[in-house]
Design a protein around this ligand. Sequence first.
Ligand code: APR
Length: 248
Amino acid sequence: MDSTRFQRAAEILRAAQRIAVLTGAGISAESGVPTFRGEDGLWRQFRAEDLATPEAFARDPKTVWEWYDWRRGIIGKVNPNPGHMVLAQWEKKLSGFKLITQNVDGLHARAGSTKILELHGNIWKTRCTKEETVAENLEVPLKQIPPACPACGALLRPHIVWFGESLDPDILRRAIGASSLCDVMLVVGTSAFVQPAASLPLRASAAGAKIIEINPDPTPLTHYADVSLHGKAGEILPRIDQILSLPS
Ligand code: APR
């Protein structure tokens, strides 16, 4: 890919006062976390309606938990990649930086990012189906499937937003705010298929922000992008970072 696009992306980022980043499963692909709709994506192997809906959980919480336990097993063995690391660095060095992720894998936090809006929840958290209390659980494998609430004994569920469920209104409000106010939105590794996440870059673009997309493949957002960098996030983000050469 010619370097002018990288230069252009760096220029836009350098000039920005407020930067918002939206990430999807693609940023964790190079760490070894399966995406959802890619070649060996999870939704190619499994039926979402059997595993990632409140109805599926009501029907068969054990099978749902066995699947999440399997995914936690994969994620627990991998590490953040250079793509995650660069974004964690930029949070510290670039002004008005906001990170919005669809990922539940927790790799942004492990890379050092602290200001993260997790739109779809977190696979390392559980929620009590009776008291709604949210707690961290890092057991791999889970000691008990399905796990029970240590306080009241009720069934725990993964603290994940399933298909057909609404996002946390406070997190969504803040993501919409960051999207509407940013000067540039970097969209990394998402097929831009799932709403409301996929509409955030459109809000940013409609509010006058520049869009920089990083993805090996074109997406419905490519049309709106001022700069499209077709490649892997773990390779492209470090290259932009090099050009930016921010003081350490
Ligand atoms: N770097 C950047 N992008 C990549 C890479 C990579 N190394 N590898 C794959 N991609 C791109 C793919 O081309 C694809 O466009 O990442 C995207 C992954 O898309 P999906 O698998 O659809 O994942 P995502 O967009 O995050 O899914 C959104 O759907 O299933 C639900 O809740 C789940 O959060 C998820 C949501």
